[in-house]
Every structure is written in C-alpha cells, then in structure tokens.
Design a protein around this ligand. Structure first.
Ligand SMILES: [Zn+2]
Ligand SMILES: [Zn+2]
Length: 331
C-alpha cells in the first residue's frame, strides 16, 4: 500500500467527519477524542481510498520462493501459491477487482485454475477474492470461526476509525472448515493448517508448506508495521504473541515466512516481533494496572523506541495502542 497516500486519505476522512474542524477549531494532533469507540464508519470504497488503494493502477508482482511455490503481491494480503501435478492451492485471494491480474500472474507460473483457496482469516483484504473464485468452483477453506464471521455483516474497528464488511453470499463462503488442525497432501508436500487460538481475529490460520519449508501467517504476523488486533472481533494481543510463538516453534531457521502484509522474511524477524509485542504488552498492562486511561497511556508513548523500526505513523499508532488497550482491558 502507498503509505503516504493512505495517510493523506485517512487524514481527509477524519477531517471530513470532525466537528472540531467544522467549527474552525484545530484538532489536537494524532489522538482522537474517543479512540476506543468505533470512529467514523467508512464504506469499503472510502476505506480503499483512505489506504491509497487503486485497483486500476495496481500490478501484481510475483516472487518465486521455490520450485512450484510463489508469493503474489498486489493490494491487501499477500497470496501464497503452490502449483504442481495436483493443481493449484493458494492462500488468501485479495479482491475481485484484481482477479484478472491475479489470474494472469497465476498463468505466468503455470496455473490455469485455482483448485483450493485457504483464507488465513475472513477480513476483506484476504478473502474478498472468494466472491470471484467461489463462483468459479474453487474450494474455499478456513478456520470455522472465520466462516461464522463471513455469514454476517461485521464492523472492523481500528479504534479511531472503522469499516463495515458485508456478509458474504453463499458461493463466497468457506466450503470446508476445521477447528484446530488440518493437512493437505498435494503437490508432493504436506501442507499443515494450524489454528492456535484468538490472535489477530478469532479465526486465524497459519499455513505451513513442509515441502518447500515456508509458512503463510496471515495478519497474525505483520511485516509492514505494528499489527492490527481486531479486538472487537475476538482478536487478542496475548493470543497473537502465543500464536506467533507456536508457529516459531513449529518451523526452523531456514523457513521462509510470508507475513499477512510486507515482504517475505525469516524466523529471526518473527522472534523480534514476538519480543517487541511482549515488551509493549508488559508496559501497557503496567499502565492499566496503574489506572491510566488510554489517552494517558498514549501520552506516555510506551512504544516510542520501536516506532521507527515498526514504521509507526500518526494514524496507525493510535489505532495500534487503542487495540492493545481494548485487548488488555476486555472483561
Ligand atoms: Zn490484512
Ligand atoms: Zn486482517
């Protein structure tokens, strides 16, 4: 995603909804008044605009990680692709608007049809492509809690802002679900699906490709900034750390890690992510125990020393802290 454009769009979205601005009062920098309640509700189109997502201008980039195994980068969640004698299995499918380009990229790596789609979770930027692929007969697989979420309209609350994700029609729902583990044995390798517990949402899956030694972690592991914890939909910071630790323990130093967003990385980076999230969790918990409010916690800047490393910005940092706070103060 184009970060600068995204920020501009978000700032615009805020200013349009800000009563303070309407009355000619300068808003306080960066901290909205009620960061815990859902902020202005954006439509999907407003959200794409806010993130600077332009489907027409986007090109799909293909990175080869091994023979018959690729990652596609476009808009939204990264797509893992296994192509071989048994067919094509992909992890996450981005957006219908990008599907002609995604299919062209798949053709480029020798795939004519998507046989299986695994959704790491139900969020629109990882699963909206189901709207096209489900209609065309691809089998859709997800953790059972994710299918439950796809059945209804959902509010995805980032804290200072929020968006609505509409219920999926029947053809875009998961055809096959699992609760904790599941295995595929195709394209000469074992593919393990793991659900550890609530993390980014309540329905996350890590997909480990044993043959090519790679894992797709969905949004439980973000390699483009601090993670979004969808606390209002069962996401949980402690669970996110535990989920990452479980995957860390199930792979080795040579495993290629595909994050939900950002470039392909390795186990060292995952270990660092776990370390930083654990430190932040401890600091924010101590402030909560000290009866500090979210705004007071934000003022202390408990993440400051990591903000450059984690590419924090004025809009997403309040969102991250608000979701950490929501996760740690949930009844
Ligand atoms: Zn995502
Ligand atoms: Zn997500």
């Amino acid at each position: 995603m184009n970060k600068a454009m995204g920020l501009l769009g978000l700032a615009l979205a805020f200013s349009l909804h800000s009563p303070a601005l309407a009355h000619g009062v300068q808003p306080q920098q960066s901290t909205p008044a009620e960061p815990v309640s859902p902020g202005p509700l954006m439509t999907a189109d407003q959200m794409y605009k806010a993130f600077g997502w332009d489907f027409d201008k986007t090109e799909i980039k293909t990175e080869k990680l091994a023979e018959g195994f690729y990652v596609l980068f476009g808009l939204g969640g990264n797509i893992a692709v296994s192509v071989g004698g048994d067919g094509t299995l992909i992890v996450d499918d981005q957006f219908p608007q990008l599907m002609p380009k995604i299919k062209a990229a798949l053709k480029g790596v020798g795939s004519d049809k998507v046989d299986f789609v695994i959704n790491t979770h139900w969020h629109f930027d990882h699963a909206d492509g189901n709207l096209t692929l489900g209609k065309e007969g691809s089998w859709i697989v997800s953790q059972s809690n994710s299918r439950d979420k796809m059945l209804g309209d959902q509010i995805v609350n980032f804290g200072p802002f929020a968006t609505e994700q509409k219920a999926f029609p029947q053809h875009a729902l998961s055809d096959i679900t699992f609760d904790t583990t599941m295995q595929f044995h195709i394209n000469d390798q074992k593919i393990e699906l793991l659900h550890i517990g609530p993390a980014h949402t309540a329905g996350d899956t890590a997909v480990i490709f044993r043959g090519v030694n790679a894992v797709h972690m969905g949004d439980v592991f973000n390699n483009s900034g601090y993670p979004f914890i969808d606390a209002d939909n069962g996401g949980d910071l402690a669970g996110m750390i535990a989920f990452c630790q479980a995957v860390h323990d199930a792979i080795d130093d040579d495993t290629k890690i595909i994050p939900g967003h950002g470039p392909v990385t390795d186990r060292t980076k995952l270990a660092r992510y776990i370390e930083v999230l654990t430190i932040i969790q401890g600091r924010v918990q101590a402030l909560i125990d000290d009866d500090k409010s979210l705004l007071e916690i934000m003022a202390v800047k408990p993440t400051a020393e990591f903000d450059t490393e984690f590419q924090a910005n004025e809009m997403m940092l309040p969102s991250f802290l608000s979701r950490v706070y929501a996760s740690l103060t949930r009844e």
